[in-house]
Design a binder for this molecule. Structure first.
Ligand code: BGC
Ligand code: MG
Length: 550
């Protein structure tokens, strides 16, 4: 299946490999089905490893493939140490790791530690009574005297964050679905059990983790009410604007100070293994970057945090990027962000920001030049737009709950398209769990491989460009500035200085180059060259990339 074979060595000597890495996110249900059941699987992933390596990325992040009732498509885990049969077996996972390592790729898996499935044996035991050894493993509370839930917390997926359990005659907390009860991290036995499952995967050879909802691990011990958030401070970055979750300031239901202690324990475990790394997903509409700073500063905390800033609905412009970096410098100076434009939770950015092909390319070039690591989502390299999924085909409970004002996450989760000839785009011989988008077929990998001007090649070039200049991978930046629609910054590392400018608009723009002697680079990315008098003419959606001559 895999024509491209690239062998770069798998290297565990560079403990810092994650800094500036490009990580390819695989949503396993939709990547490649190998057994015709219409659902992507681990063997499918291993069959496509050569393609992934050909992009030039450093690592893969595989969304959850653990045993799960699939109420939230794997983000509801019922056994942390096994593979769901629909995705394969532990032996298949070993094949994935081996294939990845053969191609020099690191493997990061997605640990969903904040909550389990309600079918997890831990929860089954916990709910069986108030005095069993696991009775305190989840967040249980008596009702208020009037029978209502203990506080006003809301679930992101709609409705109250509390579900009544008739057996215990108590409520339990669920920040997400009713079927995703939250673990009680105040209990050390819970932490120990979680760390033991983490060790299981490290021993199996994984190189790192994406940590789901890392700032939700702890809830306030006293279960205090969250205050209301004034409308002017609401921000629909995390939840769609029609979701009342945005009406609260989540002071007590997440972001608890105790989390720092657990994250240190987590990091200490990772440090026992060579070159392991993790990226924590920090979902917070108000304090995301501040938490990123807290969680990633210094060698005792997690390596990186996955930021929501560039996943926003509002189209990214130069001012916003500059603002984000200015805030990051203020609240997370020594922290390390991981950026993404698209993932399995948001509308694909080609559609979300209504981007022309030219704009998509410039954004790709830009993200590869920013300080931070990068996660790209399967199909992003093909420039895929959001798929239109009919209500009858919807799978995501979030979308079903908020339809049609918010259509959920199925439109970014439809199967990857490998070839145009097969009606399922080469994804599956069976009936796919979500329909393959017809709009996607002519953008398949095979079609783009044969078309030199396709965006897929641009992504490869942009990644290769980043890799060529250590300043882009690991360097600092000398301030990120917006001049109208043009974003400008320098990156520096060990005597190498790069200048990067991006015209994020349809209008040509004229600028001066910074002082110094510069030679333009990155012509393969369509970059502009300044005139001999150092005037920089940037066409619409054009970059200028230059290297300082010492
Ligand atoms: C994941 C979602 C998931 C949620 C609950 C996240 O942020 O990315 O897909 O529904 O956590 O686990
Ligand atoms: Mg399958």
């Amino acid at each position: 299946m895999d024509a491209i074979d690239m062998h770069k060595p798998y290297d565990t000597t560079d403990k810092d490999w994650w800094r500036g890495a490009v990580i390819y996110q695989i949503y396993p249900r939709s990547f490649q089905d190998s057994n015709g059941d219409g659902i992507g699987d681990l063997i499918g992933i291993s069959q496509r490893m050569g393609y992934i390596a050909s992009l030039g990325v450093d690592a893969i992040w595989i969304s959850p493939f653990f045993t799960s009732p699939m109420k939230d498509f794997g983000y509801d885990v019922s056994d942390y140490c096994d593979v769901d049969p629909m995705f394969g077996t532990l032996a298949d996972f070993d094949v994935v790791v081996e294939a990845a390592h053969q191609h020099g790729l690191k493997v990061m898996i997605d640990l969903v530690l904040s909550h389990t499935s309600d079918q997890h044996p831990w929860f089954q035991e916990s709910k069986s009574g108030r005095t069993n050894p696991k009775s305190d493993w989840y967040v249980w509370s008596d009702p208020k005297p009037d029978g209502t839930p203990p506080n006003n917390w809301l679930s992101i997926f709609g409705g109250p964050a509390w579900q009544w359990d008739a057996g215990r005659e108590q409520y339990y907390l669920h920040n997400f679905l009713v079927e995703q009860p939250d673990l009680n991290f105040h209990n050390d036995d819970v932490q120990d059990a979680i760390l033991a499952t983490t060790r299981f995967w490290l021993d199996r050879g994984v190189d790192g983790f994406r940590l789901d909802t890392i700032n939700f691990y702890y809830a306030d011990k006293e279960l205090r009410d969250n205050p209301a958030l004034p409308p002017e401070r609401r921000n629909a970055n995390i939840a769609p604007s029609v979701n009342p979750y945005n009406h609260q300031e989540h002071l007590y239901s997440k972001n608890q100070p105790e989390n720092i202690g657990f994250l240190k324990r987590f990091r200490a475990l990772l440090d026992e293994y060579p070159a392991s790394s993790c990226v924590g997903e920090v979902g917070d509409a108000q304090r995301g970057l501040e938490l990123l700073g807290q969680y990633t500063s210094g060698p005792e905390m997690v390596h990186m945090c996955y930021a929501f800033e560039f996943l926003a609905k509002t189209k990214l412009d130069a001012t916003r990027v500059a603002q984000v970096f200015e805030e990051l410098d203020r609240v997370a100076k020594d922290g390390w962000p991981c950026w993404a434009f698209s993932n399995h939770d948001v509308q694909r950015h080609a559609s979300r920001w209504d981007l022309t092909p030219q704009a998509q390319r410039l954004f790709a070039t830009m993200i590869m030049c920013l300080r931070g690591s990068v996660c790209m989502y399967q199909g992003e390299e093909l420039g895929l737009p959001e798929a239109d999924v009919a209500f009858e085909d919807l799978q995501d409970p979030y979308g079903i709950a908020f339809w049609p004002e918010f259509k959920g996450r199925d439109g970014c989760r439809t199967p990857m398209v490998w070839e145009p000839s097969n009606q399922n785009g080469g994804f599956s011989d069976g009936f796919p769990w979500l329909p393959v988008s017809h709009d996607h077929l002519n953008r398949s990998v095979k079609a783009q491989e044969e078309e030199p001007s396709a965006i897929l090649h641009h992504y490869r070039r942009a990644i290769a460009f980043r890799k060529e200049y250590p300043a882009l991978v690991k360097g600092d930046h000398g301030g990120v500035f917006a001049h109208g629609d043009v974003l400008e910054f320098t990156r520096e590392y060990q005597g190498q200085t790069l200048f990067c400018a991006f015209n994020l608009s349809d209008t040509p723009s004229l600028h001066g180059m910074p002082a110094g002697d510069w030679v333009t680079i990155g012509h393969e990315l369509g970059g502009a060259t300044p005139s001999p008098d150092y005037k920089l003419h940037l066409g619409p959606w054009q970059a200028c990339l230059a290297l300082k001559q010492e």
